[in-house]
Design a protein around this ligand. Structure first.
Ligand code: ATP
Ligand code: MG
Length: 422
């Protein structure tokens, strides 16, 4: 019979890879919690309207990348394509602005977008997402970017750049939008069919287009950064000032617009030149009107998301895989030894050691071969004669030495010599 394969673009993460994921997750939790962020977990499925209203109807994500489902009552649902909308929904729904301890949140989990799968681009992928509510001061913008940078540094990732821009506010962006629309009218025949459409629906999106001739047509385009209002210019200047004070380098990228409509003022991306076309590792920005637009209080917010697959692809280029402490191995010969070994392994696990043993009655030679493959340094050999005398052999696989010891001392001795796994 033909076997069933996973859905295209959705990957299994196998045990030989999981060490990277644990390393990234543990480091994230440590760094984010030191900045006062608390974890929240929201459902993978939400009402479709949540994403349409927040990300924007005329964005790539909402127009063509979402997995939507009509449930049996005809209500439209969607697998989340990103986390910010859900985090904001939860913030509003649980009235979290009333909780002085809960202003900064993070979440780690799978996201879904129907895109063409390729290296660094999948249909189920994972994001690390952080959101901070309630502060519109530029100091927080700088701190959020600094936290992102701290995480990347703690992970050992240095070959990435922080790109920043400002997208203006509800005062200056509409004025600029008019200007850009006029410019695009003149160059309309040079734009791709998608941008022809975006030109009216969402002209800023044209900056995000990956088609070369659109980028060429935009070389002379007016830039928002050059025409933002006084407030936005001041805010952006202060953000840059704080980043300078923190010694965090950045590149001002006036053409970076981000693929979601809810951003305003500060936006940023982490860019790499080591993943081919998939050059964005993470991105985020300020979304001061979003909580209100989704029916909540008028509370400002700022956040970012990192793509974990891309992050791990980058980590794998530079570092050996995180090592896992190999298990202690119990080799047993004969039924009595097998039974003693079975009891002893549980005792050792209670002490915090990782233990493997042979259940199938194989020869000593093949058991030692397996211990070697597992990378075990310490093997406790329970032979038939030793068991009769209540003794065991402790073999050091690296030094190739063997010591005889009383069985009653085996647990204490192993605990002493074998490293306790984290
Ligand atoms: P891109 O321009 O590469 O499509 P994006 O702007 O759509 O990225 P965001 O919405 O900003 O991406 O999501 C934040 C991060 O999530 C990205 O920087 C990337 O690392 C990751 N990401 C986004 N889409 C995918 C995907 N389909 N597969 C894997 N990772 C993704
Ligand atoms: Mg995208």
């Amino acid at each position: 019979m033909e076997s069933i394969q996973a859905v295209k673009g959705m990957n299994d993460i196998l045990p030989d890879q999981i060490g990277w994921w644990h390393f990234v997750e543990i480091t994230t939790r440590k760094v984010f919690e030191s900045f006062g962020y608390r974890e929240m977990r929201t459902p993978a499925l939400e009402k479709l309207e949540l994403f349409a209203r927040s990300i924007g109807e005329s964005t790539d994500i909402v127009e063509k990348e979402m997995y939507t489902i009509a449930d049996s009552k005809g209500e439209w649902l969607a697998l989340r394509p990103e986390a910010t909308a859900s985090m904001v929904r939860a913030f509003i729904q649980h009235n979290l602005q009333a909780d002085p301890l809960a202003r900064k949140f993070y979440t780690i989990g799978p996201m879904f977008r129907h895109e063409r799968p390729q290296k660094g681009r999948y249909r189920q992928f994972h994001q690390i997402d952080a959101e901070a509510f309630g502060v519109d001061d530029p100091m927080l913008d700088a701190e959020v970017m600094y936290m992102l940078r701290s995480l990347l540094q703690k992970l050992g990732l240095t070959q990435v750049a922080l790109h920043i821009n400002t997208l203006g506010c509800t005062e200056c962006r509409p004025v600029f939008r008019e200007r850009l629309t006029r410019f695009l009218e003149q160059s309309a025949n040079r734009l791709c069919p998608d941008c022809q459409r975006r030109r009216h629906a969402n002209p800023l999106r044209t900056f995000d287009c990956k088609v070369d001739r659109c980028q060429a047509a935009l070389v002379e385009a007016p830039l928002l950064l050059e025409s933002v209002c006084e407030h936005c210019a001041l805010h952006f200047g202060q953000v840059k000032g704080y980043l300078d004070d923190l010694g965090a380098p950045y590149v001002v990228d006036p053409r970076m617009v981000r693929g979601l409509d809810y951003y305003m003022r500060t936006t940023f991306e982490i860019i790499t030149d080591r993943l081919g076309a998939q050059n964005a590792v993470g991105g985020g920005g300020r979304y001061d009107g979003l909580v209100r637009d989704l029916g909540g209080p008028d509370v400002p917010g700022i956040g970012f998301a990192i793509g974990m697959e891309r992050l791990i692809l980058l980590l794998q280029q530079g570092q050996p895989s995180p090592v896992r402490t190999p298990p202690v191995f119990i080799a047993v010969l004969g039924d009595t030894a097998r039974h003693r070994g079975f009891l002893l392994s549980q005792e050792l696990r209670d002490l915090g050691l990782e233990v493997e043993m042979d259940y199938e009655g194989r020869s000593l030679k093949s058991q030692l071969r397996r211990a070697d493959k597992l990378g075990s340094r310490h093997v406790l050999i329970l032979g038939e004669d030793e068991i009769q005398r209540n003794e065991a052999q402790l073999r050091d696989m690296r030094e190739k030495t063997q010591t005889l010891l009383p069985l009653s001392e085996a647990a204490a001795e192993l605990r002493k010599v074998a490293t306790v796994p984290v």
